[in-house]
Ligand binder design. Structure first.
Ligand SMILES: O=P(O)(O)OC[C@H]1O[C@H](O[C@H]2O[C@H](CO)[C@@H](O)[C@H](O)[C@H]2O)[C@H](O)[C@@H](O)[C@@H]1O
Length: 260
């Protein structure tokens, strides 16, 4: 199979992605994170803007890759469809807990009644913390502190308590100015493995692009399979990724270029 060349500079990811996806589109499967990767980080989850034309650009690239392109995110699959439709991409949501196969079949996360009471309690507490935002993800819950960074210790402590209440089968997922409580049943790495066992992903080598700690599970799987792992970061950050890209805009430009 075609082996992309890697160079040890910050934008080596662009050359490597071109080398793989433009030169050998039948050999590779592409997995893309959303927040901080395809879309720029915003102050609040509902402030993000999907760039005009991006869903169509992604659909064109997916076609070049024989459909082997999936979105892998901490958001819900419903959110992906509302923001990246009308094309329904294969997708993993809630960090892999829910997953829509290329066939369209969707595995949703089971609802936990005990999460409802906990969500209400967290809602009451965060109402007294200006700048701390509760994001209800139905089968999971996130507390954001981007607008009140000094609240990070309080948020972490509250979520540690919440994890104790939920017990086995739940984990805390740390991210960019956010702590999430979600089912432990899957992660982004297991979601990749599941896609790679099915058409049209099976038999291809994985490429994953992400920007956050939750994406490191994807990078672990990708590296083990001799694929290409790319982390978007403006500065050096510890990562398993073997290549880097400077920004979401650099990735969006590549999506246009490689889909043309
Ligand atoms: O896996 P991802 O696609 O990277 O999603 C991870 C989380 O992204 C969102 O939160 C992050 O982006 C927000 C908007 O830019 C930002 O305000 C926040 O500080 C970030 O943590 C999203 O709200 C979460 O549900 C996702 O799990």
């Amino acid at each position: 199979m075609h082996q992309p060349a890697l160079h040890p500079d910050q934008d080596d990811g662009a050359a490597a992605l071109r080398s793989a996806l433009r030169d050998a589109p039948d050999d590779w499967a592409l997995f893309l994170d959303i927040d901080g990767t395809l879309v720029d980080i915003a102050e609040q989850p509902h402030d993000v803007r999907v760039a005009a034309g991006l869903p169509q650009d992604l659909a064109r690239l997916a076609e070049r890759l024989g459909g082997a392109l999936a979105l892998v995110t901490g958001r819900r699959v419903d959110w992906i469809d509302a923001n990246f439709g009308p094309h329904l991409f294969p997708a993993a949501g809630l960090h892999g807990v829910e997953r829509r196969r290329a066939s369209g079949e969707l595995d949703r996360a089971g609802l936990a009644p005990s999460l409802n009471a906990l969500r209400k309690d967290l809602g009451r507490r965060t109402a007294r913390m200006p700048g701390v935002l509760l994001e209800d993800k139905v089968a999971a819950v996130a507390l954001h502190y981007r607008q009140a960074p000094e609240r990070e210790p309080d948020v972490r402590a509250m979520m540690e308590m919440a994890l104790k209440v939920m017990g086995d089968g739940w984990v805390l997922q740390h991210g960019k100015m956010v702590v999430e409580l979600r089912p432990a049943s899957a992660n982004k790495g297991t979601a990749l493995e599941a896609f790679l066992a099915e058409p049209p992903f099976a038999g291809r080598r994985p490429v994953a692009v992400g920007d956050d700690v939750t994406d490191e599970e994807m990078f672990r799987v990708v590296n083990a399979r001799g694929g290409l792992s790319v982390r978007i970061c403006e500065t050096e950050a510890p990562t398993l990724a073997r290549a880097r890209l400077a920004s979401p805009q650099a990735l969006r430009d590549l999506v246009v270029e490689l889909g043309a």
